[in-house]
Design a protein around this ligand. Structure first.
Ligand code: B3K
Ligand code: ZN
Length: 844
C-alpha cells in the first residue's frame, strides 16, 4: 500500500479559478458534467496534470473544447495540459445506489447525499481532490425530486432542477449535494451587521417534531461565534440535512451541513439529556467550522488538527458557556482518558499532526480532535486570554481564504506575544502521553515542587524531548484553606523545581488543576491526602479528580486482592452527596466510577496484567458497597433529583436527572428493581425511561419492560438503536457476546446502516468484561462482522477495529486469541486499505 508523507508536500501545478458542475440524477447512472477553469500555479513550474478519480466511468473529456484521451488508472487520470489557462470538461457516470461505502454521492432511503471529506469528491468527478486547491462552485442539479440542495446561495429553481452558487472559494472536500423528498423546519437569524440568514433543517417527513432543539442550538451557535470570536455568517442561507446512513457524526460542508440523524434529531420522548447535549455541541462544532475549517482550511490532511483541534476547542468553550464549565471540563477529561489515552499509549499512537498515512480517514482520531483541542487549551493558558483573542483575530485577518499549516497557526501566536513557540510545537509532533512525576520538599516556610516529565517510546518515536507543560497548581493549608491560589507553572525542562515561599506549614498541593495539560500525574501520595482534597479542594475539577483517584485506588485493590472498599472513599462520597450547595450534575459525576477499560489500562501501566472479570467483580462489589453505605440517604437524594416542571434538556434539569439515575442505579441493587420499575412506568421522557430500563436490566428483572420498550418504539430507528445498545451494555460478561449475536439475528439488525452496526458492536466493545470474556466469543463475533462489513463499508469497519487496540495489556491467552482474529481479518481477500492499515498497525 501507498504511504503518503507530510515531508513530500508539493503544491499542485494549476489553480482552479471556477468549477461548474451539472448533475443529472439517477440512482444507478448519475451523470456528472464538469467544466473547470484551470490556470498555471505561479508557485510551481511543475505542470504535470493529474486529476483524482475513483470508480468513475469517463464518457468524454476535453481541453478547451478539443476531445482528449487521458491515461486512466484506479486513482485518477493523467493528460498533457497547456502551460496557460484552459478549460477542462468531462462527463462521467456514477452509481449512487450501489455506493455502500457512503463516501462520494450515495443514497440513503431514496435520498441522494454526499460525503466528500476527506477524499470522497474524487468519487464524484475527476478533480485535484486536495484541500489546498480552492475554487468557487456553481452547481446545477437536474432531478425529479422536491428538494435539490447544494452549497452556497440558491440562484434559480425550476421544475425538476435547481442551481446553486457558492461565492466562497473552497476545497472539494466541502462540496455537498442533497436531493430528496424532504421537509424543512425553517427559521431565520439576523447577523450582527443586520443581514438576515434563512435557516433550514431538512428531514424526512415524519421527523418534523424532532427539529426544534437543533434549530435553537444553531441560532445560539451563530450568536456565540459573533460574541466570542467576532465571526459572522457569510451566506444568505444555512441548510442542515439529517441523513440516516452516515459514517460519522456530521459534516461541515459550506452552507450545507449534513448530519447523521442521531446527531441532530431530538425530542424529549425519544432523546436523552445526553443526546440533547451532544446534539447542541455537534451543531455548534459544524457551524464553527464555517470559519475554522472552511474560510481558513488545511493545506494538506496532515494539518487536520488545524481545523479539528481548534473547532473542538471552540465547541467546548461554547458548551461551557451554555452549561456548567466544571461539569463540561470533567466530562471532557473522562472522555479523553477513555478514548485518547489508550490510543496515545498503544499501537495506534500518532502525533496530533501525523507525518504519514495510508488512509487519511483512519486519522480522524481522538488524538487529532481531542488532544488537538487540549493543545490549544494549553496555548491559551500559557499566553493568557487577551493574547489568545488577539492571536485569533490575527489568524482570521491574515489567513482568510487560505489553506494553512500548523506553522501558520503558531506564527500568529508568536507574532502577537513575541514568544518562541518552537518547543511548544513538540505537542504537534511528539506522540504519547507525557507522565509527570511530582516530588515535594518543605523546609523553613519554603515549599518546593520538583516535577520530572517522561514520555514512553511510541511507534516510530523511540526518544522523546521535554515538552512545555503548563501545570496549574494551588496550595492548601492543613486546615483546608487555600494559601496559594491557582498559579500556572510553566515546565520546559526534563526536571524542574518550583518554590513557594512564606508558608506557615507544609501545604497540601492541588496539582494539574482544571486538567491544565493532557498528561498523567504520578505522585506518591496517601489516601488521607486524597480524602483531604476531596473534602477541601477549591478547584472543582481537581476535587473531582481526588475522588476519582480514591475510587481507582480502592478498585485496584479490590480487583487484585480481597480488599474491601476504602472507608476514606465511602466517607468522602457520603459527605459530598449530602452537600446540597453542590450542583446535582457535579454530585452525579462524583458518584461515577472509572471505566473498566481505564482500570485495565491503569493496572497494565503499574505492571499488573489486568483480569477483566476481576475488574468487573470489583466494580460490582464497590457499587454494592456504595449502595449499602449510602442506603439511608439514597431515597432523599432520589427525591431531591425529581424535576417537577415540564421537561427541558437544560443543564439544571439534566443534572438532576443524572443524579437521580446515579441514585437509582444504587437503589436498584438493594430493592431488586422496584423503584426502577416505578420510574419506568411513570417516565414521560426518554432520559427517565432509559435509565430505568438500564437499572432493570442490570437487576435482571427487565424482560417485560424490554419487550414493551420495543413495542412502543419499533418505528423509531434512533430509539431502536438504544434498545439494541442497552441490552448488550447491560449483559453480564459471560452473556454479552451471546446477547450481541442473538441481536444480529433480529430482523431489525439492518447492519449496513452504520448507526445500527455501531449500536451492536460499539456496545459489545464497550462492555469491557463481556468483550474480553475468556471464552473469546466476543473477539470472534466482532471479527466475523468486521470481515463481513469491510467490502461494503471500509470506513466504519476500520473505525471499529480500534476495539482491539488495547490487546497487549491482557494475558497471554487473550493476546493469542486476539492475534488470531487480527490475522484472520488481515488474511481476508481484498481487505480494504482502511481496515488493512488499521489491522497492521494494531497487530504491530
Ligand atoms: N470534518 C468532519 C469529519 C470528516 C470525517 C471524514 N472521515 C466532521 C467534523 O469533524 O466536524
Ligand atoms: Zn470537525
Amino acid at each position: 500500500p501507498n504511504t503518503v508523507y507530510l515531508k513530500d508536500y508539493k503544491s499542485f501545478g494549476y489553480l482552479v479559478d471556477q468549477v461548474h458542475l451539472t448533475f443529472d440524477l439517477s440512482p444507478n447512472a448519475t451523470r456528472v458534467t464538469s467544466r473547470i477553469a484551470f490556470s498555471p500555479n505561479p508557485e510551481t513550474e511543475d505542470r504535470s496534470f493529474f486529476l483524482h478519480g475513483e470508480k468513475l466511468r469517463l464518457i468524454r473529456a476535453a481541453i478547451d473544447g478539443t476531445a482528449v484521451s487521458p491515461e486512466i488508472t484506479a486513482e485518477g487520470l493523467r493528460v498533457a495540459a497547456p502551460d496557460a489557462p484552459f478549460v477542462w470538461e468531462a462527463e462521467v457516470e456514477i452509481d449512487p445506489a450501489n455506493n455502500t461505502a457512503l463516501e462520494g454521492l450515495y443514497m440513503s432511503n431514496g435520498m441522494y447525499c454526499t460525503q466528500c471529506e476527506a477524499e470522497g469528491f474524487r468519487k464524484i468527478t475527476y478533480y485535484p481532490d486536495r484541500p489546498d486547491v480552492m475554487s468557487t462552485f456553481t452547481v446545477r442539479i437536474n432531478g425529479d425530486l422536491p428538494v435539490l440542495l447544494s452549497n452556497g446561495n440558491p440562484v434559480q429553481r425550476g421544475e425538476g432542477w435547481a442551481e446553486w452558487h457558492d461565492p466562497w472559494p473552497k476545497p472539494a472536500y466541502l462540496f455537498a449535494l442533497v436531493a430528496g423528498d424532504l421537509v424543512a423546519h425553517s427559521d431565520s437569524f439576523t447577523t450582527i451587521s443586520g443581514k438576515s440568514v434563512d435557516l433550514n433543517l431538512w428531514v424526512r417527513p415524519g421527523d418534523e417534531h424532532k427539529c426544534a432543539f437543533g434549530m435553537e442550538a444553531l441560532k445560539k451557535s451563530m450568536k456565540w461565534d459573533e460574541d466570542t470570536y467576532g465571526r459572522e455568517y457569510d451566506l444568505d442561507v444555512f441548510n442542515i440535512v439529517a441523513v440516516d446512513d452516515f459514517n460519522m457524526g456530521a459534516m461541515e460542508n459550506k452552507g450545507l451541513n449534513i448530519f447523521n440523524s442521531s446527531c441532530v434529531l431530538a425530542s424529549p420522548d425519544t432523546s436523552t439529556d445526553a443526546n440533547f447535549e451532544r446534539i447542541e455541541a455537534i451543531i455548534a462544532h459544524e457551524y464553527f467550522h464555517n470559519w475554522t475549517g472552511n474560510r481558513i482550511t488545511c493545506r494538506d490532511w496532515f494539518q487536520l488538527c488545524l481545523k479539528e483541534g481548534l473547532t473542538v476547542f471552540r465547541d467546548s468553550q461554547f458548551t461551557s458557556d451554555m452549561r456548567s464549565a466544571p461539569v463540561k471540563r470533567i466530562t471532557d477529561v473522562i472522555d479523553l482518558r477513555a478514548r485518547q489515552f489508550p490510543e496515545d499509549n498503544g499501537p495506534l499512537s500518532h502525533p496530533v499532526r501525523p507525518e504519514s498515512f495510508q488512509e487519511i480517514n483512519n486519522f480522524y482520531t481522538a488524538t487529532v480532535y481531542e488532544k488537538g483541542a487540549e493543545v490549544i487549551g494549553m496555548l491559551k493558558r500559557l499566553v493568557g486570554d487577551a493574547a489568545y483573542a488577539e492571536a485569533l483575530d490575527l489568524y482570521f485577518a491574515r489567513h482568510d481564504g487560505q489553506a494553512c499549516t500548523i506553522e501558520d497557526w503558531l506564527k500568529v501566536f508568536e507574532d502577537v506575544t513575541g514568544r518562541d513557540l518552537s518547543q511548544f510545537k513538540r505537542w504537534y509532533s511528539q506522540s504519547g502521553t507525557p507522565r509527570l512525576k511530582v516530588e515535594e520538599e518543605f523546609s523553613e516556610g519554603t515549599y518546593t515542587l520538583t516535577l520530572t516529565q517522561h514520555t514512553d517510546p511510541t511507534p516510530g518515536q523511540p526518544d522523546k524531548q521535554p515538552q512545555v507543560i503548563p501545570v496549574a497548581v494551588g496550595l492548601l493549608s492543613p486546615n483546608g484553606d487555600e494559601v496559594v491560589p491557582t498559579r500556572v507553572l510553566e515546565m520546559t525542562e526534563g526536571t524542574q523545581s518550583f518554590t513557594f515561599e512564606g508558608l506557615a506549614a507544609k501545604p497540601v498541593p492541588s496539582i494539574l488543576r482544571d486538567f491544565s495539560a493532557p498528561v498523567i500525574v504520578e505522585r506518591e501520595t496517601d489516601t488521607a491526602e486524597r480524602a483531604f482534597l476531596l473534602a477541601h479542594d477549591t478547584d472543582p475539577f481537581h476535587r473531582w479528580e481526588a475522588g476519582r483517584a480514591l475510587a481507582r485506588e480502592t478498585l485496584v485493590e479490590m480487583a487484585t486482592g480481597d480488599a474491601t472498599p476504602l472507608p476514606d472513599y465511602l466517607d468522602g462520597i457520603r459527605t459530598l452527596l449530602r452537600d446540597k450547595s453542590l450542583d446535582p450534575a457535579y454530585r452525579a459525576l462524583m458518584l461515577g466510577l472509572p471505566g473498566q477499560s481505564e482500570l485495565a489500562g491503569h493496572l497494565h501501566e503499574a505492571g499488573i496484567t489486568p483480569d477483566p472479570a476481576a475488574i468487573w467483580i470489583a466494580v460490582e462489589d464497590l457499587k454494592q458497597a456504595l449502595a449499602r453505605d449510602l442506603q439511608d440517604m439514597l431515597p432523599d437524594i432520589y427525591a431531591e433529583a425529581q424535576v417537577d416542571a415540564p421537561y427541558a434538556p437544560d443543564a439544571e434539569q439534566s443534572g438532576k436527572r443524572a443524579l437521580g439515575a446515579a441514585a437509582l442505579d444504587l437503589i436498584s441493587r438493594l430493592d431488586g428493581g422496584k423503584q426502577a420499575a416505578a420510574q419506568y412506568e411513570a417516565a414521560d421522557n426518554m432520559t427517565l425511561q432509559l435509565s430505568a430500563l438500564g437499572c432493570l436490566l442490570g437487576a435482571e428483572t427487565g424482560d417485560a419492560q424490554l419487550a414493551a420498550f420495543y413495542d412502543q418504539w419499533k418505528d423509531d430507528r434512533l430509539v431502536i438503536d438504544k434498545w439494541f445498545m442497552l441490552q448488550i451494555m447491560k449483559a453480564k460478561p459471560d452473556r454479552a457476546a451471546a446477547v450481541a449475536k442473538a441481536l444480529t439475528e433480529h430482523p431489525d439488525f439492518t447492519w449496513k446502516t452504520p448507526n445500527r452496526f455501531r449500536a451492536v458492536f460499539g456496545a459489545l466493545a464497550g462492555n469491557h468484561a463481556g468483550f474480553h470474556d475468556s471464552s473469546g466469543a466476543g473477539y470472534d463475533l466482532l471479527a466475523d462482522w468486521l470481515i463481513r462489513l469491510d467490502p461494503l463499508n471500509p470506513q466504519t469497519t476500520a473505525r471499529m477495529c480500534t476495539a482491539f487496540q488495547t490487546w497487549k495489556r491482557y494475558d497471554a491467552g487473550r493476546q493469542e486469541m486476539i492475534a488470531a482474529q487480527l490475522d484472520r481479518i488481515a488474511a481476508t481477500p481484498d481487505l480494504s486499505r482502511d481496515a488493512g492499515e488499521m489491522i497492521s498497525r494494531i497487530r504491530g
